[in-house]
Design a protein around this ligand. Sequence first.
Ligand SMILES: [Zn+2]
Length: 469
Amino acid sequence: MENWRLKIARAAVFNSTVALTLALSLATSGSVTAQDGSAWLEAYRLPAARLIGEATSDTFAWRRLTVLTDSIGARLSGSAQLDRAIEWAVAEMRRDGLENVHTEPVTVPRWVRGSESADLVEPARQPVVMLGLGNSIGTTPDGVQAELLIVRSFNDLTANAQKVPGRIVLFNVDYTAYEETVAYRSDGPSRAARLGAVATLVRSVGPPGLRTPHTGALQYASDAPQIPAAAIATEDADRLQRMAERGLRLVVRLKMEAHFEADVESANVVGELRGRERPDEVVVVGGHLDSWDVGTGASDDGGGCIVTWEALRIMKKLNLRPRRTIRVVLWTNEENGTRGGIAYRDRHRSELSKHVLMLESDNGVARPLGFGFSGSEPARQTLRLVAGLLRGIGADAMMSGGGGADTSPSVREGRIPSLSLVVDDSKYFLVHHTHADTPDKIDPLEMAKCAAAVAVMAYVVADMPERLQ
Ligand SMILES: [Zn+2]
């Protein structure tokens, strides 16, 4: 990592470069944009330059993230730390001068990991580096001990179905892309249980790290017995695979205290910048405040919370009050229930038609590339033009696939255009859902650019004369 002084110096240089770039484009681009019906955009070049300049001229966002992650820590649903984070966010939003700051109650599950371990007991006793999967049941206090069956895919599981009863099944599936490989974590336990497995291990869903297991939620199917399930480090999966290929009989003992306790009260945190002309029309931005119980939830998703919240803080500081309301929502319980997103939809059902756009940042806060979008073609065209204001920071791409887990219940029901912040995620899945998800992995300047991207997008959509279609 670079040292601090260097980073701050880079930020300052960067800031003046961006301001200059935008000033130049302001002077030269009028005739080009007027031809494609985007003359209205000209009015936003200066506010966009100011928002970018303010966001990237200091490391406020990253420092705020370190307070959340270092001083409060991991924030699993139902935990005292998540309650503390909610109280802290409310107090800080008020201190920023945001309006209508409040919490909206959400009942959330409380899953508790307890202590846990996995050991190879035959042919030689050795620990296996593991993390229980979220929502898993536990084992008996003695643990579950059984011969291991390693499969490389669901097809491989089916082909070996007769060997499964009484075994612990390890899904040793190479990581390709998160959306693909995650099926083994979420569905693997029930698929193995249906065939008679007594427990499931899954190769961590992520690229090989330094013997770092990745947790994450499983989903028990209603028609399968529930069996305990854990992720193991990629190195441990490889080691077990090598031993099996040498013809060794492998026996594993898994011990987990994981269990659910009674549901508890949590909350989404809401703050606003009220619109000056059409306050009932709303642009929602946000990230999820809950995290897994390992690491400190910096990339997933403390960073997403802070950069979306920053958008409002910066506007307030610059005295930019848009025509419509911008609302930041820090969602609760994304990781193991999505009840925050569902509760928001239910509570705001009658106002969903007034939601102009919903934006979620839940892909980390590394170098921003642009946005994923879901919605109508006219809206996509408009947002593509707005994203053009972010060319100076390289965040002007408009891709398909908007939204996020928390916004999707409202987006689906209200047919609301939706965006996701898209960043360079080449390092994200190394630390995702691990003990290594701490703020030192995040570059303060790239994080500031994420805040700038969200701020410009939210401001222009909330302020532009015609409502986004
Ligand atoms: Zn997340």
